[in-house]
Design a protein around this ligand. Structure first.
Ligand code: GUN
Length: 294
């Protein structure tokens, strides 16, 4: 087996190009800028950091971002009341509820209460349903970002075997819907795996494109991957480490052992992460137009 050159698929240049075009478009708009409200419940470390990143990015592209924080004991009714109020607020285009929510809150009730035009995460039943009909305009940001990354690096999906190790409504299911579309970066044969999948490595080894998002740090090495495959690593785990933060970020792929074996791989951090935030800005602009035209 000869070692091959593995391409590292950095997300930053892709995200930068998307953000530059959003910024440019926002600068041409008349009147108030697009706006998005981030709702965060509790103070989970990762959620605090994600919402901060989103708010910072919004301000960098000229989008008005506001964060509203609720304590971890907030009731479902209280959160619902806030969403209903924001749905009617003419100066708010986008509403994002940071997940996960505390266990006493029914996540689906909350997500589906968002006005579908303001649903910048694409998590409502309406936008999810549209996506499965092949007609989505507000598409969940991480899967949308994965498609943008594939486009940017000219990695086609048509007729390919794509295996996704994740069945969530944030990543696995919407990504499957996108890859099944009758379009240039669709037309794939898609398999979705999860915690009950048997003989996982037999399935993942079939993949031309393997998407990992199951939160098992450095779990997927050569045993799970076909030589020459493309690996999209969406896993983000905080692994305890002896540094200032007390942790390091690890992906699901055992990147070191896959180097020289796969044809391309996204790094963690620096791969899909920046794209999720960039696609959120694109969705916020889309929500602005949807709200203006209503
Ligand atoms: N938590 C983890 N990923 C996401 C995401 O894409 N959107 C929201 N709202 N919460 C998340």
């Amino acid at each position: 087996m000869c070692a091959r050159n593995t391409r590292i698929l950095f997300g930053k240049p892709v995200a930068d190009a998307i953000l530059a075009s959003v910024k440019e478009e926002v600068s041409t708009l008349k009147g108030r800028p697009p706006s998005v409200v981030f709702l965060r419940v509790g103070s989970d470390g990762a959620s605090v950091s994600y919402v901060k990143q989103k708010a910072k990015c919004a301000s960098e592209v000229g989008i008005q971002g506001e964060t509203r924080v609720f304590d971890a004991e907030t009731t479902e009714e209280r959160l619902l009341a806030e969403i209903i109020r924001l749905n009617e607020e003419p100066n708010v285009d986008g509403i994002l509820v940071q997940l996960p929510l505390p266990n006493h809150i029914h996540t689906l009730n909350i997500l589906c209460a968002v006005n579908p035009r303001k649903d910048v995460d694409g998590f409502t039943d309406v936008n999810g349903g549209r996506l499965w009909q092949g007609d989505g305009s507000l598409i969940p940001c991480t899967p949308a970002g994965i498609i943008e990354l594939l486009k940017y690096y000219h990695i086609t999906t048509e007729g390919k075997q794509v295996v996704i190790v994740n069945r969530s409504s944030i990543v696995g299911k919407p990504l499957a819907a996108l890859l099944l579309r009758h379009s240039e970066f669709g037309n794939a044969t898609v398999t979705v795996c999860h915690s009950y999948t048997q003989n996982l490595s037999d399935i993942t080894r079939q993949a031309d494109i393997l998407v990992l998002a199951c939160g098992k740090p450095h779990h997927f090495g050569r045993d799970y991957v076909k030589e020459g495959a493309v690996v999209i690593d969406v896993g983000i785990s905080r692994v305890p480490a002896d540094n200032k933060r007390g942790y390091i970020i690890r992906g699901d792929a055992d990147a070191e052992t896959l180097e020289g074996y796969v044809s391309a791989i996204t790094p963690v951090p620096g791969g899909i992460g920046p794209l999720t935030v960039a696609m959120l800005m694109k969705n916020t602009l889309q929500s602005y137009y949807l709200c203006q035209s209503h």
